[in-house]
Write a protein that binds this ligand. Structure first.
Ligand SMILES: Cc1cc2nc3c(=O)[nH]c(=O)nc-3n(C[C@H](O)[C@H](O)[C@H](O)COP(=O)(O)OP(=O)(O)OC[C@H]3O[C@@H](n4cnc5c(N)ncnc54)[C@H](O)[C@@H]3O)c2cc1C
Length: 262
């Protein structure tokens, strides 16, 4: 992507959703409103200078256009992250960042008359585009339900717990959340989710999907997380004969791509 394809956007608000994950909301000026129209599940690329090299980093949008939410991203760092801590340090109200228009095809077509189940499998920061998709389905398809299966290390590491709690409060049983915590079940999330201890395994995927499938005619599946998680969930869905055309997959794995100086 050439540097002219990026637009300077000012950060309106920023906050930590967990100790390792920071959220930022951009202000989109009127003359760029059309440019930044997006679909739930798409991502933007930030153009940043790190160690003297301009590079782009993709971040999924966690905001739902159907809910009228402002353009929002979330950046999570790990112990080995080289870029994420620097990018997080930029996410402060008033900072201007070069942002690409929304892109990507990890989206689900929305139909107001649909009565279906949308099953979402997220691991860690993979929740970001799936939060947008969950919100959009709940808002735009009043007869549909959303099942979110969300794997994390611990309750403290669970991004967007407050947003999911609020969404569950607004939509009740139309949003069912199952959270799997490697460090063991934790009661702090139990007010809006079924919380289980352990890692999500193929047998869990098959059991959870069979359970929600029974009451619904059609289902759509969207997966986002690290490569091993995606392979495991996709294989499990294959075993229980979920047609591939109903499975949408987004992988976050990428190496930073050097780009021209703006
Ligand atoms: C479509 C998409 C959406 C994404 N959405 C999100 C999101 O919503 N939230 C989020 O937190 N992340 C998201 N990511 C990941 C994000 O773009 C970055 O990869 C991440 O923030 C960089 O984090 P890091 O510092 O942990 O990785 P880094 O330490 O920068 O490393 C990233 C990868 O590049 C390799 N690498 C790093 N530097 C070099 C180098 N100089 N030469 C060769 N290899 C190198 C690393 O080994 C690693 O595999 C998304 C990625 C994609 C592709």
């Amino acid at each position: 992507m050439s540097s002219s394809a990026y637009h300077p956007l000012v950060i309106e608000r920023a906050w930590d959703t967990t100790p390792r994950a920071r959220v930022a909301e951009f202000r989109v000026p009127d003359h760029l409103r059309q440019t930044f129209v997006h679909r739930a599940g798409q991502y933007v690329a930030l153009h940043v200078e790190l160690d003297g090299v301009w590079q782009e980093h993709a971040f999924s949008l966690c905001s739902s256009p159907e809910a009228g939410q402002p353009l929002t991203i979330a950046v999570k760092r790990s112990d080995t992250s080289r870029s994420a801590p620097f990018i997080q340090s930029l996410l402060q109200p008033g900072t201007t960042i070069l942002v690409s228009p929304p892109q990507g095809s990890f989206t689900i077509d929305l139909h107001p008359e649909s009565s279906r189940c949308v099953a979402l499998f997220a691991a860690g920061s993979g929740i970001t585009p799936l939060l947008a998709i969950a919100t959009s389905v709940l808002v735009a398809e009043p007869l549909s339900t959303v099942e979110l299966f969300y794997a994390n290390v611990s309750a403290a590491d669970t991004m967007f717990a407050d947003e999911l709690r609020r969404l569950h409060g607004e939509h009740g049983e139309r949003l069912r959340v199952v959270i799997l915590l490697e460090e063991g079940a934790d009661a702090t999330l139990a007010d809006f989710a079924e919380v289980r201890g352990g890692r999500l395994a193929a047998t869990d995927v098959m059991e959870l999907v069979e359970r929600h499938r029974s009451g619904n005619k059609t289902a759509e599946y969207a997966l986002c997380g690290p490569p091993g998680f995606l392979e495991m969930v996709n294989a499990a869905l294959g075993i229980i004969a979920v047609p591939a055309e109903h499975i949408h997959i987004e992988s976050f794995s990428s190496t930073p791509r050097p780009t021209p100086t703006p």
